[in-house]
Design a protein around this ligand. Structure first.
Ligand code: UDP
Ligand code: MG
Length: 317
């Protein structure tokens, strides 16, 4: 049976001249197969976003577009980073597609999961997450830090999908909801679960890069990790406030201890008053910072101007 699901695959590319030839032909092949299987419409597209590359990336993309109508190119004026490049691609195509899959240009994420994602979309899912089943190809350090990070995020109340990066399918409806998030500090894997539509996961094994090298140096990785916490959670501020209360409680104990020491005469002059002031003032200061923090936290939420609700369905009759 012919399906008319218009699928767009969006790939951010930053200095990826070494991988684009191979990537485009693998993707082309997969599209031909999915079309043959009646899974996607012939109007489906492969969209490459050039994130201000300095190598031949754009001339390769534009060559592909000239030679084959299945390819599309979006060129960003300057390097904006993976998350924004991805968003740029998704927002550019969202009105033309039924669903869009985002995937890195190096195809470390198994493209054979895409048909499965599309099937789940056909079954009514708005978001389908690609989840790494194993991390065999990662170094111990990467695996340990990545998994620890996901757990830490969860403890900070940032809702993320464990072992999912930015390989996912989103329906047009989910993309329209994503468009409502206007924040500049993008952490897509936190925003997408926050949208809240029906979702599911497909599992795959992540391969190594077949060519070129990682465009995510430790510095960018840390920045993204930090965004993940500070773009979603005001818990760190709260912790300061609680710490203040704890110190205040400790101040009372310290005061009792100093007074006892003073009266049994085992302290020198001025010590007791100093001790009490230090503890007490320390606590008061931390609590005050926590209180100010609460207001800053509110301001931070307001300035993000996130959607206050997303309607999933409006049923009449
Ligand atoms: N990327 C991008 N802009 C950047 C850095 C990376 O668009 O500033 C793209 C890159 O071309 C690739 C994806 O983001 O398609 C993931 O990057 P990479 O594979 O280097 O990250 P890793 O897999 O090593 O974490
Ligand atoms: Mg990669």
């Amino acid at each position: 049976m012919m399906k008319d699901t218009k699928l767009f695959v969006v790939m951010p590319c930053y200095n990826e001249e070494e991988v684009l030839g191979e990537t485009s032909s693998r993707m082309r092949e997969l599209f031909a197969k999915m079309e043959g299987d009646g899974l996607i419409s012939p109007d489906s597209k492969i969209v490459m976003v050039d994130d201000g590359s300095r190598d031949k990336t754009w001339s390769i993309i534009s060559g592909l577009c000239d030679s084959d109508g299945i390819f599309r190119g979006v060129k960003l004026a300057h390097n904006s980073g993976h998350q924004r490049a991805l968003l740029a691609g998704l927002m550019t195509v969202k009105d033309e597609c039924d669903c869009a899959v985002s995937i890195d240009a190096d195809l470390q994420d198994d493209i054979n999961a895409i048909p499965e994602m599309v099937k789940k979309f056909d079954d009514g899912c708005d978001v389908v997450y690609g989840v790494r089943s194993k991390r065999k190809t990662d170094t111990f350090f990467k695996r340990f830090t990545a998994e620890g990070y996901y757990k830490f995020l969860a403890s900070m109340d940032t809702e993320v999908v464990f072992n999912h990066a930015d390989y996912r399918l989103m329906s047009q409806r989910a993309l329209n909801a994503l468009a409502e998030y206007k924040e500049a500090n993008l952490f897509l894997r936190g925003i997408v679960p926050a949208i809240g539509f029906k979702s599911d996961s497909v599992y795959y094994e992540r391969a190594e890069r077949f060519a070129g090298e990682s465009k995510y140096p430790l510095k960018k990785m840390l920045a993204l990790a930090f965004d993940g916490i500070t773009s979603f959670s005001i818990k760190p501020i709260r912790i300061v406030g609680w710490l203040g209360l704890l110190v205040c409680a400790a101040a009372i104990i310290a005061a009792i201890y100093t007074l006892i020491s003073k009266f049994i005469g085992s302290s020198s002059g001025g010590w007791a008053s100093l001790m009490c002031s230090i503890w007490f003032l320390g606590g008061v200061q931390l609590v005050s910072i926590g209180v100010i923090g609460e207001y800053i936290g509110k301001t931070y939420r307001e300035t993000k101007a996130r959607p206050r609700f997303i309607v999933e369905e409006y049923k009449k009759k």
